[in-house]
Design a protein around this ligand. Structure first.
Ligand SMILES: O=C(O)C[C@H](O)C(=O)O
Ligand code: SF4
Length: 513
């Protein structure tokens, strides 16, 4: 009985973490919304984000399709069987995956094979500690890959782009942390949160940084110097003008938490763990005799609900114009699109992410892609009893990973539009210009919002790459995105990067002497 109840408690923890954003994070998102100017692209993105948070809650479905690397941190009273807990976690993970609360996210690093049930070597991450208290505490964070890729570790002293020399002192630490926000741009689905670890070695430093992500957004660091630095970082980071999704704007960083530990004389690391706005972490206290949940953590204060935020209306306000797109798209149509236009796509689009881009660079496409739209997306998809596929969550993935392939693939197959998030680099920008293509930015993490625009799954190719990596044929209606790179050499991402680097340079002078 204990084991069954325990498994159910863990299942509930996984489901709640994936679908219901914690109260402290909701409050921070609301604050970001209040800071953003109405009628801007950033305000539109935040409307989409808050709509999405509400939809995930209502549908009990993943806030973001990337349900991350599940990491459990558990404290047990002496005498509790940790092996049993680990086994229960694994069973709960399998069920949560089957029920579409988690995307199958465990991939064999050598063969590329997706295990299909979220279990694998080292996955999930489960860390135990013993403590003197008489209950089990279980914390869970679902940290997605896009923000994880924006983590950064500095080894001091260092020479940092924009902000200059960072020495082995508090001022050097300050510079690293500000730089970490700059280098993430919008690619980790800003507005984000950062956990910082000062000291340790390369691995314990990152552990300390990630541990900070378990602190409440509203807490105050007991170390007065660090409390001051946390406040300074949030204030200054929000002057960099990166904004939500890197579209420019006021809200770039929603929280900064800093921890410190000793180091050895030769090493001085500053490790930064970046978390997207879809900051999914929760914790439960479990009764060790019954396996029941005694208490949920992070429950202080009111729960902000985001009822009907009018995302469509704000898209209209934010757009220089709104263009209806339907594939196949001609070169002429594409050449008319400019950075800042909002597009509403209806008709077909095809998903393609890392595995597909590599595949297409070496092979023929499984279907005619001439004039078509490729969506950088790894959805959560479930099959019903009749064998029909249904999209359960489908936001964009970080596009920059496809930079080495994108331009060539667009030219090779005649693809006219690629959509993802975070923007792409100079090679793609040049190809868009040469070939006649656009890059469309969808709102990162808005997996429920976009799943709602997907009316049907008409087919799937290359299933051997696993559900997130397969090529899904999607029929969509009014799927909204922003043109952020056009066929005339304009890139909003390049512009925001340049202006934020200039702003970062304003903070080069020492603050701590
Ligand atoms: O894997 C994904 O679907 C998205 C990823 O978290 C990303 O931000 O790129
Ligand atoms: S897509 Fe964005 S919101 Fe989702 S896990 Fe990746 S970084 Fe986070």
């Amino acid at each position: 009985m204990y084991l069954e109840t325990l498994e159910k408690s863990i299942y509930d923890l996984i489901t709640e973490t994936s679908t219901n954003l914690p109260k402290d994070v909701r409050r921070a998102v609301r604050k970001a919304k209040e800071a953003e100017n109405a009628g801007t692209r950033a305000a539109m993105s935040l409307d989409t984000i808050t709509n999405n948070i509400q939809m995930a809650d209502d549908n009990v479905s993943p806030i973001c399709q990337d349900t991350g690397l599940p990491t459990f941190k558990i404290k047990t009273p002496i005498g509790v069987n940790q092996l049993e807990i680990k086994a229960a976690i694994k069973r709960a993970m399998v069920t949560a995956t089957k029920n579409g609360k988690l995307r199958p996210n465990a991939v064999d690093s050598l063969t590329g094979e997706n295990s299909g049930d979220n279990l694998g070597e080292g996955v999930p991450v489960v860390k135990f500690e013993q403590w003197e208290k008489d209950y089990i505490e279980m914390k869970l964070i679902l940290k997605g890959g896009g923000c994880e890729n924006k983590n950064i570790q500095y080894s001091l002293p260092a020479q940092l782009e924009g902000i200059g020399k960072a020495g082995r002192d508090l001022d050097g630490i300050r510079k690293c942390i500000l730089h970490s926000v700059y280098q993430a741009q919008g690619q980790g689905c800003s507005a984000g949160f950062i956990g910082v670890g000062i000291g340790g070695d390369r691995s314990s430093g990152y552990d300390l940084a990630k541990e900070q992500l378990f602190r409440s957004v509203d807490d105050v660091n007991p170390n007065a110097q660090l409390a001051e630095l946390e406040e300074y970082i949030v204030e200054k980071a929000n002057t960099l003008g990166i904004g939500t999704m890197g579209f420019g704007g006021e809200a770039t960083l929603l929280g900064c938490k800093i921890g410190v530990m000793h180091r050895i004389p030769a090493s001085f690391f500053v490790s930064v763990a970046y978390n997207c706005w879809a900051y999914r972490r929760l914790a439960i206290n479990i009764n060790p005799s019954t396996g029941e949940i005694n208490e949920w953590q992070y429950q202080e204060g009111e729960k902000v609900e985001f009822k009907d935020q009018g995302a469509d209306q704000s898209a209209e306000e934010a757009a220089s114009r709104i263009v209806e797109l339907r594939a196949p798209i001609s070169e002429e149509e594409i050449r008319q699109l400019k950075v800042g236009d909002v597009v509403k796509i209806s008709g077909m689009m095809y998903t393609g992410r890392d595995a597909i881009h590599k595949y297409l660079s070496e092979n023929d496409a499984p279907l005619d892609l001439n004039g078509q739209i490729i969506y950088h997306c790894g959805p959560v998809v479930l099959k019903d009893d009749e064998g029909k596929w249904h999209i359960k969550a489908a936001g964009p993935t970080t596009s920059i990973r496809e930079e080495p392939y994108q331009g060539d693939i667009m030219k090779k197959f005649g693809i006219r539009a690629v959509m993802g998030k975070g923007g792409m680099g100079p090679k793609t920008l040049e190809a868009l210009n040469e070939h006649g293509g656009v890059y469309l930015n969808a709102i990162g993490g808005a997996a429920q919002y976009y799943a709602d625009c997907i009316k049907d799954v008409e087919g799937v190719d290359l299933m051997q790459f696993g559900i997130p990596e397969a090529m899904w044929h999607l029929r969509v209606e009014d799927f909204t995105a922003v043109v952020t790179m056009d066929s005339h050499g304009n890139s909003l991402h390049a512009d925001v990067d340049k202006s934020s680097l200039e702003k970062l340079a304003q903070y080069s002078d020492p603050v701590y002497k």
